[in-house]
Each structure stands twice: as structure tokens, then as C-alpha cells.
Design a binder for this molecule. Structure first.
Ligand code: CTP
Length: 409
């Protein structure tokens, strides 16, 4: 049962057909134990009346910024301070744009600017408006600022279209709002994740890299943050936006990644190496673009440091998790990696199988430690990352328990 007991949710309703679901959402939030106050934009009032929202939230609805009576009661600053979370559902394309610009032209945008509480938006709009580059650019800005974007779902739309842009169902929104408060299994622990490929320069325009998209590593970083950890993500070059609630450090080469990891490793409790780090780099990087000459050309390569093994070799080492991408003999190869790099856990994935691996959204993992193995079948990288984080948390707590018992004996 999802709990929001004692939580104060400021529910913002903006203009869109999904606003009719906001009444149900307010009720569900209250069912979960939350106290709910509602702010409506002018557009929202075209779709649902303030009286309805007052009835379901149990409080008068806040409508105007420049209203002497309202300011004398719970004014916009008080309202912003009151909230433990601000949830805008539905969030129209226009509202997301105004939010991205940091406007303060009506009560809801002003409260969003004034609130220090987490801000979550549940977008709802026509699917073309959702995929429009302007909307997507606004979302990148909002995510970077730490705004939680909940949904949207994909499906039939009020306008007759089919696609992404449906507001998540009220119960799903309640669950995701509750998750923002979840203390989680890794509460208070420091987690570092490496992700993405590395780029090993040959000359100013060329380099050696690989097909890693970074998706799995980013999903692992997000799942760790969701579980309450303080997360640092060291990422090679990817096209992905920085994940929410995660400190992201962008690097280029394996050596950069190695240096960034070791500069911050001191307080880390769990290290998860998901990056597809280049094992070799060109021995020389020319300052100028190499011109073609003869029929053959050789590149001399030198070994890069093994970041994962170097972390596992530290005297005060974190719980160390590696990834292994294998085309064959998955378990045997992964087990060999566990031993040779002295890891606590290895997550092995099959590459080369259709629909899973490097560039896809799905993946499957076989997770191995010295006591056995756990098979996670093909599923979205986000789900898989959550399952992996749960397992890591359990293994870590079990290891801590063992060392406690040992030190008592
Ligand atoms: N890794 C690392 N630094 C490197 C190379 C790899 O941190 N220089 C990490 C990866 O992030 C991953 C694991 O080590 O967690 C992968 O091990 P690796 O030995 O690189 O696997 P493969 O490239 O598959 O090795 P091999 O080709 O030798 O099987």
C-alpha cells in the first residue's frame, strides 16, 4: 500500500482535457494519506471547476496571484513553503514551456519558482505536441533542473490520435509521487556508477569508440538514486540527458574516466562499473589531422588502466560491481572476471542476441557472485536496473551483517 501519510501535496492543475482526472487524483492522494491543496490556472478552469477541486481536496482552491484576500490568508510564498512536493497534473505543453522559462506571471508558475520542495510534472498533450522539438527541449531544461517528469503514457488520445502524451493514471501518479519520498534500501549510501563508451582520440577529428549508448549505466544510476543513495555518475560521451537526482560528470577518454573516478572514490560505498571502457588507446595523438598517404597504415595502441580492477584493489574498497558483455560462455567468462578483478558481483549480459544489449532499450542479465547466480530475463533497462540495485542492496547488507558477526566472534 502506497503511503503519503503526513505529506503535503500542492496539486497544480493546468489547461488540458486530462484535467478531468485531477479530481480523481486529488482523492487518491488523500486516500494515500496526503493533505492536498490545489492551485488552478485559468486554462484549467475551462475544463474542471474550482468547486469540484475544492470538494475533493477539502480546501478552497487557489486561483489568483494578485488577490488581496488570498494573500492575507495563505499567500503564494506561504503556499510554496507549505508544500512537501509540488505536483502539476496535468502539465500542458504551454505550462512546461512557461516553467522552463522561469516565468512568474500567474499563481502556479510563481509558486513553482518559490517552492524549495521537489517539483514533479505529469505531462498531458497531443502526441505531436509531445514529440515537438520545442516541448522536448523544454523537458531537457526541466530535467536538468531536477524536475521529475512523470510519464506520459502512450495510448488513445481524446483528439483521436494514438501515441505518447496521455497523462499517467491517478493511481500511478500517486505511486510515483510516493517514490519521491522513498527512503529506500540504499538510503544515505554513496554510490558511483560509470557509464557509456569512452573516446580515444587518434587526431583532432578521429577516435576509437564503441556502440555503448550509456542507457544501462544511466538506468542503474537512476535506480540507485530512487533507492535513496547519493549518486555520482561518471559518463563517457552519450546523447542522453543527465539523470535526475544524480551528480553527473562528463568525461571523454578512459584515462579521464579513471582520473574522475579516483578523485571522488574516497567516500564511496558501492562502485558499479557499467561503462564500456576502451581497453586500448592510440600511443600517440597527433595535434593535426592525419593526412592519407600509402596503402596501409598502422596504429600503435597502448593499454588503458582498468578502472574497475583499480577500484577493487584499493585498501578501503567499496562494494565493487562489474559488468561483463559476452557473446559466448556467459557464466564461465563472467566468473573468470569476478575472480581476476576481485569483484563482489558481476552482471553479465549476452551481446549479439537480437533486441538486447548495447543500443536497445531492453536487456537481460545473469548476476554472479561467489555464492551463486541470479538470472534476470529480458526486460526494459529501467526495470532491470531496479532489480539489480535491489540485489546489490541485499548482498551489501548481508556482507555487512557477516562482517559484524565475525568481528563479534
Ligand atoms: N572496465 C573498466 N576499465 C577498463 C576496462 C573495463 O573499468 N579499462 C570495466 C567495465 O566497466 C566493466 C568490466 O570492466 O564493468 C568489463 O570488463 P572487461 O575486462 O573490459 O570486459 P571485456 O571488455 O569483455 O574483456 P575481455 O575482452 O578481456 O573479455
Amino acid at each position: 500500500m502506497v503511503s503519503l501519510s503526513n505529506k503535503r501535496v500542492l496539486l497544480g492543475v493546468t489547461g488540458g482535457i486530462a484535467a478531468y482526472k485531477s479530481a480523481e487524483l486529488a482523492r487518491r492522494l488523500r486516500d494515500a494519506g496526503a493533505e492536498v491543496r490545489v492551485v488552478m490556472t485559468r486554462g484549467a478552469q475551462e475544463f474542471i471547476t474550482p468547486l469540484t477541486m475544492q470538494a475533493v481536496s477539502g480546501h478552497p482552491v487557489h486561483l489568483h496571484l494578485l488577490d488581496a484576500d488570498a494573500e492575507a490568508g495563505m499567500g503564494h510564498i506561504k503556499l510554496a513553503r507549505w508544500a512537501d512536493v509540488v505536483l502539476i497534473a496535468p502539465a500542458s505543453a504551454n505550462f512546461l514551456s512557461r516553467l522552463a522559462q522561469g516565468r512568474a506571471e500567474d499563481l502556479l508558475t510563481t509558486v513553482c519558482l518559490a517552492a524549495a520542495a521537489p517539483l514533479a510534472v505529469a505531462p498531458a498533450m497531443n502526441q505531436q505536441m509531445w514529440v515537438n522539438a520545442a516541448t522536448q527541449a523544454n523537458l531537457v531544461i526541466l530535467r536538468r533542473r531536477g524536475v521529475h517528469v512523470l510519464g506520459p503514457a502512450e495510448g488513445d488520445q481524446a483528439c483521436g490520435d494514438f501515441g505518447p502524451g496521455r497523462m499517467l493514471e491517478p493511481l500511478e501518479l500517486v505511486a510515483q509521487t510516493a517514490q519521491l519520498f522513498a527512503s529506500g534500501k540504499l538510503a544515505g549510501l554513496n554510490v558511483m556508477v560509470t557509464a557509456g563508451p569512452t573516446w580515444e582520440a587518434i587526431d583532432p577529428v578521429r577516435g576509437i569508440t564503441n556502440r555503448s549508448s550509456g542507457r544501462m549505466g544511466y538506468a542503474v544510476a537512476e535506480a540507485a538514486a530512487e533507492a535513496g543513495a547519493i549518486v555520482t555518475l561518471i559518463s563517457g560521451p552519450t546523447a542522453l540527458p543527465d539523470p535526475q537526482r544524480v551528480e553527473t560528470i562528463r568525461v571523454i577518454s578512459a584515462q579521464d574516466m579513471h582520473d574522475a573516478v579516483h578523485a571522488r572514490i574516497d567516500n564511496i560505498d558501492i562502485f558499479i562499473g557499467v561503462a564500456a571502457v576502451a581497453d586500448y588507446r592510440p600511443a600517440y595523438v597527433t595535434a593535426e589531422k592525419i593526412k592519407k598517404s600509402g596503402e596501409h597504415m598502422s596504429l600503435e595502441l597502448v593499454r588503458n588502466p582498468d578502472i574497475l580492477a583499480s577500484v577493487a584493489a584499493l585498501t578501503r574498497r567499496p562494494f565493487t560491481v562489474g559488468f561483463a558483455a559476452e557473446t559466448n560462455d556467459l557464466e564461465a567468462n563472467a566468473r573468470q572476471k569476478l575472480e581476476s578483478k576481485r569483484l563482489d558481483l558481476v552482471a553479465a549480459n549476452r551481446i549479439g542476441a537480437p533486441g538486447i544489449g548495447f543500443e536497445s532499450h531492453d536487456n537481460s542479465l545473469l548476476v554472479i557472485d561467489r555464492t551463486g547466480s541470479t538470472d534476470f530475463p529480458t526486460q526494459s533497462k529501467a526495470k532491470l536496473a531496479r532489480a539489480l540495485i535491489q540485489l546489490i542492496a541485499e548482498k551489501l547488507h548481508a556482507a555487512k551483517q557477516r562482517s559484524k558477526t565475525k568481528s563479534r566472534a
